[in-house]
Design a protein around this ligand. Sequence first.
Ligand SMILES: Nc1ncnc2c1ncn2[C@@H]1O[C@H](COP(=O)(O)OP(=O)(O)OP(=O)(O)O)[C@@H](O)[C@H]1O
Ligand SMILES: [Zn+2]
Length: 826
Amino acid sequence: MPSKARLYAEVILPLPLFGTFTYSIPTTLEGKAAVGHRVIVPFGRKKYYTGIIESITPVAPEEFEVKDISSVLDPWPVVKHPQLKLWEWIAEYYLCTAGDVYKAAVPAGLKVESETFIELNPDYEEIPDARMTDREAIIMQSLDHNGKMTPAEISKKTGLNSIESTISSMVERRMLIIAEKLIERYRPKKETLVRLAVDRNDNEAMHKVFDAVKGAKKQEMMLITLLDNLNKRQQQQLPPEVPRQHLLEQSGLSPAILAALASKGIVEIFTREINRFNYTGTEQGELPKLSAPQSEALDSIHRMFIDKNVTLLHGVTSSGKTEIYIHLIDYILKKGSQALYLVPEIALTTQLTRRLQKVFGKRVIIYHSKFSDNERVDIWKRMLHDPSPCVVIGARSSLFLPFSRLGLVIVDEEHESSYKQFDPAPRYNARDCAIVLASMHGAKTLLGSATPAIETYYKALNGRYGLVTLSERYEGVQLPLIEIVDLNDERRRGRISGPMSARLAMMSREAVKGGEQVILFHNRRGFAPVVVCKQCGYVPKCQNCDVSLTYHRKAGEMVCHYCGATYKLPTICPACKEPAIEVYGYGTERIEEIAESSFPGARIMRMDLDTTRNKDSYLNIINDFSLGKADILVGTQMVTKGLDFERVSLVGILNADNLINFPDFRASERAFNMLEQVAGRAGRRNKRGLVIVQTSQPAHPILSYLQAHNYEGFYEHELEERRRYGYPPFTRVINIYLKHRDEDLLIKAAAGYAETLRHLFGNRILGPDEPHIARIQSLYIRKIMLKVEIQASMSKVKAILRSVYEAQMADKSLRSLVVYYDVDPM
Ligand SMILES: Nc1ncnc2c1ncn2[C@@H]1O[C@H](COP(=O)(O)OP(=O)(O)OP(=O)(O)O)[C@@H](O)[C@H]1O
Ligand SMILES: [Zn+2]
């Protein structure tokens, strides 16, 4: 029998393993399995995963036996061509695997995976004298009672801990069997509807229907409610069906009544899948009218885009960058394309959504990680099947949505470090990926900021990017006045108690009295960042991380801000046994409390990680503050950027030292940006705002640039430092992280690794160093830094890094060493 040539698929799996995996396409699936499709494939001994087909080839792999694809999940590709190209680029550039990118890019609901279930072996015959331990008996009973369960469920049901070894011994003795089952996590949303089972225009039939409910008052009422609704819907040209819930609520009758009508064959009750994506936006409204400088800037952007793919809009805070973005988006939508509007933090989507919906109505799509997985799948599906013009507002992961005709990407606050994902891989910078994504679509990118990243401004000045400047605030409001308060001096003069100088307290009080609002910014959350024994100096640390704990009073516990582990505050010092544990310092929780007592009558709100755990909490805080339901907003960096509150006249920065003193080459840049941004929240309308900066280093150069709102000056100063010490934009930095449970082994391994690298890269290698936090989640950490000249070939550099990795890992004793890279660290 002449065998037809087979086809093979290269499949990306959601696993941290390099490369793609080859599967054969069974003849039954030929034509159905194509690039970008979701497929279920077997992997390892028993597992099944959802993979994405990256490519198809007729060339059979030589060395090994390939397995078949088990099934193809959809009749269409779930990932489109430019997206796959972006994934490839990210994996290559950020030195991670395609699987890492896949995991981050696609909502979990689209990744059906197999899960391990344990069940009783129906063929197991109890041998009369076989001994069973108590634990085994309990597990047997529970499985008999509940049917198959995952190991975790068994643990929960039986209350037994560490059951893995018990289970595996029972499996070996054939008492239990392991089954793999595919779990689909995505649940489509369903709507239950009611329609009439007979033709409403058929008088005879309708007579019979009314006869059938004669005497049954409630059924008759229900029927009339239904008919009423159907009439109304007919007038509105809507389909002849009514949501069941609506009928029940309107009639005030029970589901049993409706069921009775159904059993008499009068109505039909049926369900239908609906997209959670909410189409109920308002209709398209007016575009904002631009001021003269804004229109000029918009024209310049259009002109820049003629020969530049990327343009930087450098506009001071409250200059109306958002309004310009809105005009650009409108232009793109009218051309029939889609736009992506990236913001660095979810908090920013709330105010923006409202501003954009006013103009673009239901064409605004919001996407970020606070959406439930089901909601994310629904948005994904909508984007997949509906290529019509839309604007997506989102945090970094919205980059991965299946755009079909992207025409414009806006990266607002492009300097923000939160665009960089630090953990887990892919450690990508969404701004830089957005530029690549746009170019893959032939689209343009607009970067916007009042404080551009040094690298971005450098590229703009050198002509790589277009540059458009907007140097005045909307309606010519002056940039806020910056007043520096010297904390040391205040202490000497006894003019400070607690976290607030007398000056800041007085100005806050005055602002509130005058009906204005105040933002107090402090970049530490919790109640007190220092817990210490007064007697012996003992400081409680996280058991998993090299981090001292922060006391959270409301929760009544100490928290590790790295891994989230919580501990009880000891009353007695575990080291010296004295009851001398004290808490010091200030976090936002404590500042809120102090503000409450210092400003009696003032209404105070707090916005930080602890008060914004769920999706609506941002919205509520921002809305309430906008509506003037509070006078003072205390917050962490969340309050610093992009937010637009009309009545804020005073911003207090409680401790600028926390920002300035950071041992890393980006510290000054980060501090300047954050200070300028938070200052920019003050006095955005009408009156000039005031910013009070408390610091013990009043002469620090950053602060004088801040006082003059002199971004260019700061840039020149910082660029000189970067040049002198060989940092970006003059070099490219790749940090190589090594982690291991065993510190001694790690120290040796890191020294060896750095030595090998130094042979190849010379003095471009720095370290190994112990990072600021040298142990996280029980793993010790060392960092090696590689700085390469900007002209060097990155593909060569990366090839060398890979070969070093392979050579090092050949040493069996380093098997469990974790190695990863952070390319362009922030
Ligand atoms: N052309 C305009 N018409 C009406 N209002 C405007 C106009 N331009 C700006 N504004 C108002 O001025 C305020 C500041 O504008 P916007 O928030 O766009 O500034 P921004 O440049 O994005 O500032 P930031 O960098 O601080 O985020 C907003 O409340 C906005 O509505
Ligand atoms: Zn920890």
